[in-house]
Design a protein around this ligand. Structure first.
Ligand SMILES: NC(=O)c1ccc[n+]([C@@H]2O[C@H](COP(=O)([O-])OP(=O)(O)OC[C@H]3O[C@@H](n4cnc5c(N)ncnc54)[C@H](OP(=O)(O)O)[C@@H]3O)[C@@H](O)[C@H]2O)c1
Length: 274
């Protein structure tokens, strides 16, 4: 495993995404992921699956202290009272006293950013969240959070994969003291079967998916959370620690068509130009 160290916290770079799994599918997948060796699990209030994740964590033999557990808040109401209530609910459902990382999932324009970030910082000070972060923050939002409100953030989790490359958002995230977390790192299913990635993988006996995961792991200060519901996919996506990409591979990925965004809900911010 590769680890990212930030603000005194060490997190496994390769995590396991749980959206949009629900019920027993989610429960089984999280248990399989823990068996295979994942120690970083990503969920959110919005996903409606925290109770299933919590059940898997409780039934797994892996001690809670070995797992980097993240959840998220604030999509529909980001007022301090509402996000605090969400965290209380998350902790009950996840069957834990704290999360390792609590993220403001999407900026909600109805609440001034500083108020929500102050609520996150309060939860961190209270020990309910070991680290706090943001999701889908554009460069102007990153600047406002850090430069105006002085937020101390572990990560910005945003969509990033070989078919949606956002080096300018990565650079702004790093420059503001955060790690990058790539969500939808398999392009929500567009990466499997991509001919260029398959061609790169053929050099190493790896699949297009494994190349896309390795591409992120080779970057500094970067985490990622691919999701698979299938045991075979969960195993394949973890089998990425015995090779690295070279400059030719990276140049081939940089030549792929860009801008294939999969996650663009009505409440999304005004995206940075690609
Ligand atoms: N912060 C945010 O706003 C945000 C937004 C979106 C997602 N996320 C997080 O990011 C995680 C991952 O994103 P995502 O679920 O949208 O998409 P993703 O991980 O990019 O792609 C998932 C898709 O790839 C397929 N897949 C996975 N492994 C595969 C393999 N080895 N071979 C072939 N196909 C494979 C999956 O199908 P199978 O399941 O059938 O394998 C599924 O269709 C989410 O679960 C969530 O935790 C966060």
């Amino acid at each position: 495993m590769k680890y990212v160290e930030r603000l005194g916290t060490t997190a496994p770079a390769l995590g396991f995404g749980t959206f949009p799994m629900m019920g027993d599918d989610c429960y089984s997948a999280v248990l399989w992921a823990l068996e295979v060796g994942y120690r970083h699990i990503d969920t959110a209030q919005l996903y409606g699956n925290e109770a299933d994740v919590g059940r898997a964590l409780a039934d797994s033999s892996v001690p809670r202290g070995e797992i980097f557990l993240t959840t998220k808040c604030g999509v529909y109401d980001a007022s301090p009272v509402a996000v605090a209530a969400e965290l209380t609910d998350s902790l009950v459902k996840l069957q834990t006293d704290y999360v390792d990382l609590w993220m403001y999932h999407w900026h909600n324009r109805d609440t001034p950013l500083g108020e929500t970030l102050a609520a996150l910082a309060e939860a961190k000070a209270a020990g309910l969240a070991r680290q706090i972060g943001v999701g889908n923050f554009t460069i102007p939002l990153i600047r406002e959070a850090v430069d105006v409100h002085g937020a101390v953030l572990f990560t910005n989790q945003f969509e990033n994969h070989p078919l949606l490359r956002q080096p300018h958002v990565e650079r702004a995230t790093w420059a503001h003291g955060m790690a990058v977390t790539a969500h939808s790192p398999l392009g929500r299913g567009k990466v499997p079967g991509n001919g260029v990635l398959e061609g790169i993988g053929a050099k190493y006996g790896k699949s297009a998916v494994q190349v896309a995961i390795r591409w992120q792991l080779d970057k500094p200060n970067t985490l990622l959370v691919p999701k698979s519901t299938r045991r075979a996919g969960i195993v394949e996506n973890f089998d990425v620690f015995d090779f690295t990409l070279d400059d030719d591979d990276r140049a081939a990925i940089d030549g792929l068509p860009n801008g294939q965004r999969g996650s663009d809900p009505p409440f999304a911010p005004d995206w940075d130009p690609i």
